[in-house]
Write a protein that binds this ligand. Structure first.
Ligand code: HEC
Length: 115
């Protein structure tokens, strides 16, 4: 009995807690639209962290996102947009939601490395 419980505990602690990997998440969920350079599908996300919202040249942003262009992509704004794009900017053309807070944090960290 005791050894069974011990084995169970061992099994639980041996399961590695997988940290969210921003690069992996980005490649799987974002890169199909957000390429290194601005394209027809989406603006580039290089230097997006800290930049003015909807400010990449050569992309035709939605009126919804343009209406936010006086604001900056702070961590909090990025988090709110990724959690619920249409809640942050009703009418935005980006619909992709990232449900898990730790995934959003990892993606924001990764976006900061995009230059
Ligand atoms: C289906 C295509 C598509 C996918 C997938 C996608 N996006 Fe977008 N994204 C867009 C479009 C289109 C816009 C511009 C939206 C607008 O003009 O309302 C945008 C805008 C953005 C912006 C604001 C850019 C700026 O210059 O203000 C950020 C940040 C962003 N996306 C992050 C992400 C992240 C992170 C992911 C992955 C979790 C992702 N996007 C996945 C299409 C996409």
């Amino acid at each position: 009995m005791r050894s069974a419980i011990f084995a169970l505990l061992l099994g639980l602690t041996a399961t590695p807690a997988l940290a969210a990997d921003g690069a992996q998440l980005f490649n799987a969920q974002c890169k199909m639209c957000h390429q290194a350079a601005t394209g027809p599908l989406a603006p580039t996300l290089a230097d997006v962290a800290g930049a003015k919202i909807a400010s990449k040249p050569g992309f035709n942003y939605s009126p919804a996102l343009k209406a936010k262009s006086a604001q900056t992509w702070t961590d909090a704004n990025l988090d709110a947009y990724l959690a619920n794009p249409t809640g942050f900017a009703p009418g935005t053309r980006m619909m992709v939601k990232v449900a898990k807070p730790e995934d959003r944090q990892a993606l924001i960290g990764y976006m900061k490395t995009l230059k």
